[in-house]
Design a protein. Structure first.
Length: 277
């Protein structure tokens, strides 16, 4: 099974460099990393090229013009640019632990999409990671326990692997709430079937909820990756939420409909790509 990890970014090269180190430390290195760039400056392109030159796996850079927050569009562009069997979505401010890719590989199952979780880092801990190169992706239980005691992370136990039985991972099989594309995986053919993410959502918020609702409506079930694939979310100021009211209206309309395919979605880019020979 081939895997592509799609990581979105926008003008935050310091965070992206920390994320790169998390992927370099993966125990499972049989994957392609695609940086889905929502219009960053040239310094991000240089960092991606520098990392790609030494990474133990393939790295690609998909860039689009900066016309505001268009995460759905750049994820669709990146999805169109890969022909991997399985796609894992994450963000350029989310550092994966060493078992992230391998955990998603083990949990992949036909008829399911997989939802992981994140652990939030404080402003202070984030600063030490970015300024001092603190290798949090390699921390063990003692270091994380100290960080939790100092309130530098919001949760502790999700950081530790736990072999949950299958029925526990599938108990919320029809729930759409709480799923985010900072840690979400699906078969590429299932994402194509629902036409990817809906670019009708402009600005920050709820395009990932829309995707999950349509995946469920297409007949798939949700599977939890909790205690298997956590990511470390670097602190940042809250995104501009000016578009959230309109995006919430769009989401409510989707919930009231029987729509499965995105209105403005992946098919806009599929003609630009072709499968490998």
């Amino acid at each position: 099974m081939s895997i592509t990890v799609i990581v979105t970014t926008y003008n935050r090269p310091d965070a992206l460099r920390a994320v790169f180190q998390g992927y370099r430390a993966q125990r499972d290195r049989d994957f392609t990393l695609v940086i889905a760039d929502d219009g960053s400056r040239e310094d991000t392109a240089r960092d991606v090229a520098r990392f790609a030159a030494s990474a133990p796996f393939e790295v690609r850079h998909v860039w689009q013009e900066d016309r505001g927050f268009r995460a759905a569009a750049v994820r669709n562009r990146a999805l169109a640019a890969t022909w991997a069997d399985y796609v894992v979505f994450s963000d350029g401010d989310c550092i994966p632990l060493a078992g992230f890719v391998g955990g998603h590989r083990r949990l992949a199952e036909k008829g399911q999409f997989v939802v992981g979780n994140r652990v939030l880092l404080s402003d202070g801990l984030t600063s030490r990671v970015l300024e001092n190169g603190l290798p949090v992706q390699a921390w063990g239980a003692f270091a994380w326990s100290k960080a939790r005691f100092r309130r530098e992370v919001n949760r502790l136990f999700p950081l530790f692997p736990l072999p949950l039985p299958s029925f526990v991972r599938k108990w919320a099989g029809t729930r759409w709430e709480g799923a985010m594309t900072c840690n979400l995986a699906a078969w590429r053919e299932d994402l194509v079937a629902v036409n990817g993410l809906d670019e009708s959502y402009s600005g920050w918020g709820l395009e990932d909820s829309d995707l999950v609702i349509r995946l469920l409506r297409s007949g798939l079930r949700r599977k939890s990756a909790r205690f298997a694939t956590p990511v470390l979310h670097l602190w940042h100021r809250e995104q501009d939420r000016a578009a959230l009211t309109e995006n919430r209206r769009r989401l409510e309309a989707i919930l009231m409909s029987d729509s499965i395919r995105a209105v403005r979605g992946l098919d806009r880019y599929l003609d630009e790509s072709s499968p490998p020979s």
